[in-house]
Design a protein around this ligand. Structure first.
Ligand code: D6G
Length: 824
C-alpha cells in the first residue's frame, strides 16, 4: 500500500505538474489511474512478446463501437488491488468511490453492440486468448443526454477534454489512409491485367492503445483505437502565399474523420463521412495486422493459419475489399488465391434483422471515394453470381433455386438496383467470410429462415449461432459488491472466472437466513441508488417500492410505449379507486434516442409528461412513481442494475437479436418480465420459464397475425382500459395546453399499422404485471426466485461466448502457461 501511495503522489507531482498538497480529486484520480497503468504495462509488454515467441494465432475483433465505460474500478479488481487502493486513497484523504466519479465514461458506442465488444475483450483477456480490439478513438462519443421540459436535448460528449490517463498515444506509428483518386491498369510480365490505385487525398491514422487486463492472470491485451491526423501540418503553398488559415483549415478538415461517433442505433443514415470513418478504420487496421504478420511470415497464404478477423456487424465489411486490394495489387497474387485467403480469414457477426439497419452504400459514392474497391466488389459479385448459377443448376440446391434463377440472382447480388444503385454490405460480409453468426438462437434461426434464406441454401454450413454473453467481472463483481461478497462467502470467488459455479447457490435458495442476507444486499443497492437519485435529480425514492426498470436505447421495437401504457393504466386504476391490492412500485425508464428519430424522441417526451402528472398526483404518488434517468450510460447501468427487482425485456418477438441487458439484470437477481424474444428465450430455458414472467405473442404467431390482417382498432374498441389510456395520451391529459402533442404516438399505433404489435400484447402484459405485483407481496418466494435466476445464469457469461468463437470460428487456443495470482 505504501508503494501505491508513493506512486500516486509522484504522479501528481511529476506527471501532472501539481502540488500534492492541494487535494484536488481530479488530480488524485488521474495520478491513481497512471499508477494503475504502470502496473499493467509490464504485463502488457510480456503478453505481446509471448504472442510472437509462441507464434500464436491471433484474433482481431473489428468494431466501429466500444462501450468500455469507466476503467478504474474494473482494473483495480482485475489486478487484485482494490482494497489496497481503497486504503491508500483513504490515507491520502479520499474515498475511492468519489475518485472513481472523476472518470468520464468512454462512450464510444451506441448501445448493446458496443458494450458486447467491450465484454468480449474482457473475456479474451481473462481466457488468455491472443486477441486485439480495433476501433476508432472518437473525440466525441455518444452524446450527453439532458432532459429539458421533458424533452431530450443532446450535448457534446467532450470526454477527451480532461485527457485520458489510460491511453498510450503512439504518434510515431502512423499509417497512411487514402481516398478518391484513380485506378490505372497495367500488364504484368505474365500478361495479366494489374491495377494500381493512386489516391487523391491522404490522411494519417494514429494508434491510441488502451490496455485491457484479464482477471487475476497477468494477461493484458490491447484495444487499439485510431485517431485521424492530418498529413499537412502546414501546407507550404498556402503558407507562402500568406494563407495561414487555409493551411490550418485543411488540417482540421482531415482530422474531422474521427471527430464524432454517429449516434444512431439500428438505423443507417448513409452519410459520406461515415463511410470515410469505416474505411479509415479498416485500412489502418488491416495495414497494422499485415505489418505484424510479415514480421514472422513471407508467404501470404499462411495468413488464415495465423490470423482470424471478426467483423462486428457490417460496419467494417469494406475490410474484405481492402484485403483483396492489397493481396491483388500489392502482393500481386492471383484472384483465386487472394479470395481463399480472405474467406478463410474473415468471419462476420450479424446483429439485426431490422431492414432499416441493414447497411447499403450508393455505388456512385463508392466509385468516387474508393474506386478500386468498387471495381473489386463488382468482380466479387460477377464471380459469385456465376457460382450461384452453377450451384442452382446442380442437384444439391434442388429445384427451389433453379426455377427462379433470375430472381434468386437479384436477391443475393451484392448490388441492389433500387431505390438507388447500392452495395449491400451484409451480402459482401456473407460471401467474404467463412462464418456468419447470429447472436441468439432465435435470431440465428430467423437469419437462416427469413433474412438470409437464399444464402442458407447456397452455403448450408456458414450460418451459425453464438449467443451473446456479459462479463461477470464488471457486471457482477465490480458493479455489485454487496451481492458478490455474499455469494463469495458461501461458494468462494471462483464464479468470477467460471460463472457456472453459481449453480452452487441453488440449495441456498431454500435457506431462510441466506434469503434474508440476499434481500439485505438488494436493499443496500436500492439505498445506494436512492442516494444517487437524490443527489442527481433531487428526488426521494421509496426503497420499499418494487423497483421496475426499463433501460436501453429508445426504439419503437423495444416498446417503451407498452410499458408506458401499463403505467397509465395503473394510474387510472389507482385514481378510480380500482386498485386496492396494487403493489407499490417505482417505474424507471432510461435511454437515448437517435437525434434524428422523431418517434423515439416523442416517446421520451411522453414518458416524462406521464411521470410529471403521476408524481404530482397526491392521490397515487405514494403507490406509483415514475423516474426518467437522464443520460443512460455504462456507469449508470452499473448503479441501476444491482438495485433492480423487475427487468423489462418486452421487445416485439423476433425483433431483438439478443439483448445483453436482460442477462445483466438476471445475473444480479432481478426477475424478468419479458417476451419470447432474443436471448430472453434461452434465459427462460436455462432458468425455468416459471421463474420469469413471460407473456405475449410469439414470433410465428405474429407472422400469422400479420398475414391474416392485423387490425389494431379491434383492440382499441374491444378494451376499455386500453382505450382510456390511449385517449388520454392523445388528448392533453399529460400535456396541458399542448393538445395533440402525443397524438403522433397514438396515431402510429391506431392508424399507422402498429408495426410492433403494442396493442396486440397489451392485455397479456397487464396480466403478467399483475402476477409480478402479487408475487412481490410474498417476499420469501420472490427472493427464492431471485436467487435461482442468478444461480442459473452461468451460460450467459461472455467467457462461454468467447470460448465458442475461439473453438468454432477462429480455431484459436488460449495461451499456455498463464500465471494466476494477484500482483500489486
Ligand atoms: C510490446 C512487446 C514487444 C512487441 C510490441 C509489439 O512492446 O516485444 O514487439 O509490443 O507491438 P506490435 O508490433 O505487435 O504491434
Amino acid at each position: 500500500m505504501e508503494g501505491l501511495k508513493k506512486d500516486v503522489i509522484r504522479h501528481v507531482v511529476s506527471s501532472l505538474g501539481s502540488d500534492y498538497a492541494s487535494k484536488s480529486a481530479y488530480n488524485y484520480y488521474n495520478a491513481l489511474a497512471l499508477a494503475v497503468r504502470d502496473r499493467l504495462i509490464d504485463n502488457w509488454i510480456k503478453t505481446q512478446r509471448s504472442y510472437y515467441d509462441e507464434k500464436a494465432k491471433r484474433v482481431y475483433y473489428l468494431s466501429l463501437e466500444y462501450l468500455p465505460g469507466k476503467s478504474l474500478m474494473n482494473n483495480l479488481h482485475c489486478l487484485g488491488i482494490y482494497e489496497t487502493a481503497r486504503k491508500a486513497m483513504s490515507d491520502l484523504g479520499f474515498s475511492l468511490e468519489d475518485l472513481a466519479e472523476q472518470e468520464w465514461d468512454a462512450g464510444l458506442g451506441n448501445g448493446g453492440l458496443g458494450r458486447l465488444a467491450s465484454c468480449f475483450l474482457d473475456s479474451m483477456a481473462t481466457l488468455g486468448i491472443p486477441g486485439y480490439g480495433y476501433g476508432i478513438r472518437y473525440d466525441y462519443g455518444i452524446f450527453h443526454q439532458v432532459i429539458e421540459d421533458g424533452k431530450q436535448v443532446e450535448q457534446a460528449d467532450n470526454w477527451m477534454r480532461v485527457g485520458n490517463p489510460w491511453a498510450y498515444e503512439r504518434g510515431q506509428h502512423l499509417f497512411p489512409v487514402r481516398f478518391f483518386g484513380e485506378v490505372k491498369n497495367w500488364t504484368d510480365e505474365y500478361g495479366r491485367l494489374r491495377h494500381t490505385w493512386t489516391a487523391g487525398d491522404t490522411v494519417l491514422a494514429m494508434p491510441c492503445d488502451m490496455l485491457v487486463p484479464g482477471w487475476d492472470n497477468h494477461h493484458v491485451i490491447n484495444m487499439r483505437l485510431w485517431s485521424a491526423r492530418s498529413d499537412v501540418e502546414f501546407d507550404l503553398d498556402f503558407f507562402n502565399t500568406g494563407n495561414y488559415l487555409g493551411a490550418v483549415e485543411e488540417k482540421i478538415f482531415d482530422e474531422k474523420i474521427s471527430k464524432v461517433l454517429y449516434p444512431s442505433d439500428q438505423i443507417e443514415e448513409g452519410r459520406e463521412l461515415r463511410l470515410k470513418q469505416q474505411y479509415f478504420f479498416v485500412t489502418a487496421t488491416i495495414q497494422d495486422i499485415l505489418r505484424r504478420f510479415r514480421k514472422k511470415h513471407q508467404d501470404m497464404t499462411e495468413l488464415p493459419q495465423s490470423v482470424a478477423i471478426q467483423l462486428n456487424d457490417t460496419h467494417p465489411a469494406i475490410a474484405i475489399a481492402e484485403l483483396m486490394r492489397i493481396l491483388l495489387d500489392e502482393d500481386l497474387l492471383d484472384w483465386e488465391v487472394a479470395w481463399d485467403i480472405c474467406v478463410s480469414t474473415f468471419a462476420y457477426t450479424n446483429h439485426t434483422i431490422l431492414p432499416e439497419a441493414l447497411e447499403t452504400w450508393p455505388v456512385s459514392l463508392l466509385e468516387r471515394m474508393l474506386p478500386r474497391h468498387m471495381q473489386i466488389i463488382y468482380e466479387i459479385n460477377a464471380r459469385f453470381l456465376r457460382e450461384v448459377e452453377r450451384v442452382a443448376r446442380s442437384e444439391d440446391c434442388g429445384q427451389l433455386c433453379h426455377r427462379d434463377l433470375d430472381h434468386l440472382k437479384q436477391r443475393v447480388s451484392l448490388i441492389q438496383e433500387r431505390p438507388i444503385k447500392s452495395v449491400r454490405m451484409a451480402h459482401l460480409a456473407i460471401i467474404g467470410s467463412h462464418s456468419v453468426n447470429g447472436v441468439a438462437a432465435l435470431h440465428t434461426e430467423l437469419l437462416k429462415a427469413r433474412v438470409f434464406d437464399d444464402f442458407q441454401r447456397l452455403y448450408p454450413q456458414k450460418i451459425n449461432n453464438k449467443t451473446n454473453g456479459v462479463t461477470p467481472r464488471r457486471w457482477l463483481w465490480s458493479a455489485n459488491q454487496p451481492l458478490s461478497r455474499l455469494i463469495a462467502s458461501h461458494i468462494g470467488t471462483g464464479f468470477v472466472r467460471n460463472l457456472d459455479e453459481l449453480t452452487q447457490l441453488e440449495p441456498l435458495a431454500a435457506d431462510p437466513a441466506f434469503r434474508e442476507a440476499w434481500r439485505a444486499a438488494k436493499l443496500e443497492n436500492k439505498q445506494r441508488l436512492q442516494a444517487y437519485i437524490k443527489r442527481k435529480l433531487m428526488r426521494e425514492l421509496h426503497t420499499e417500492h418494487l423497483f421496475d426498470v426499463h433501460i436501453k436505447r429508445i426504439h419503437e421495437y423495444k416498446r417503451q410505449v407498452l410499458n408506458l401504457l401499463h403505467v397509465v393504466t395503473a394510474y387510472n386504476r389507482l385514481r378510480h379507486g380500482q386498485a386496492a391490492d396494487f403493489t407499490p412500485r417505482t417505474v424507471f425508464f432510461g435511454g437515448k434516442a437517435a437525434p434524428s428519430y422523431f418517434m423515439a424522441k416523442r416517446i421520451i417526451h411522453a414518458i416524462n409528461a406521464v411521470a410529471a402528472t403521476v408524481n404530482a398526483d397526491s392521490r397515487v404518488n405514494d403507490k406509483l412513481q415514475v423516474v426518467y434517468l437522464p443520460n443512460y450510460c455504462v456507469s449508470q447501468a452499473e448503479r441501476v442494475i444491482p438495485a433492480t427487482e423487475l427487468s423489462e425485456q418486452i421487445s416485439t418477438a423476433g425483433m431483438e437479436a439478443s439483448g445483453t441487458g436482460n442477462m445483466k439484470f438476471a445475473l444480479n437477481g432481478a426477475l424478468t418480465i419479458g417476451t419470447w424474444d432474443g436471448a430472453t428465450i434461452e434465459m427462460a430455458q436455462a432458468i425455468g420459464p416459471e421463474l420469469l414472467f413471460i407473456f405475449g405473442m410469439r414470433e410465428d404467431e405474429l407472422v400469422s397475425l400479420r398475414q391474416h390482417g392485423y387490425n389494431p382498432m379491434l383492440y382499441y374498441h374491444g378494451d376499455e382500459e386500453l382505450r382510456e389510456a390511449l385517449d388520454m395520451l392523445r388528448s392533453d391529459a399529460f400535456s396541458p395546453g399542448q393538445h395533440g402533442l402525443f397524438a403522433p404516438l397514438v396515431d402510429n399505433l391506431l392508424h399507422g399499422g402498429d408495426r410492433f404489435f403494442v396493442l396486440a400484447d397489451y392485455r397479456q402484459y397487464l396480466g403478467a404485471q399483475q402476477d409480478v405485483g402479487r408475487l412481490y407481496l410474498d417476499q420469501e418466494e420472490w427472493t427464492r426466485r431471485s436467487i435461482l435466476n442468478a444461480a442459473r445464469m452461468g451460460f450467459f457469461s461472455s467467457d462461454r461466448a468467447i470460448s465458442q468463437y475461439a473453438r468454432e470460428i477462429w480455431d484459436v487456443a488460449p495461451m499456455a502457461g498463464l500465471q494466476n495470482g494477484k500482483g500489486a
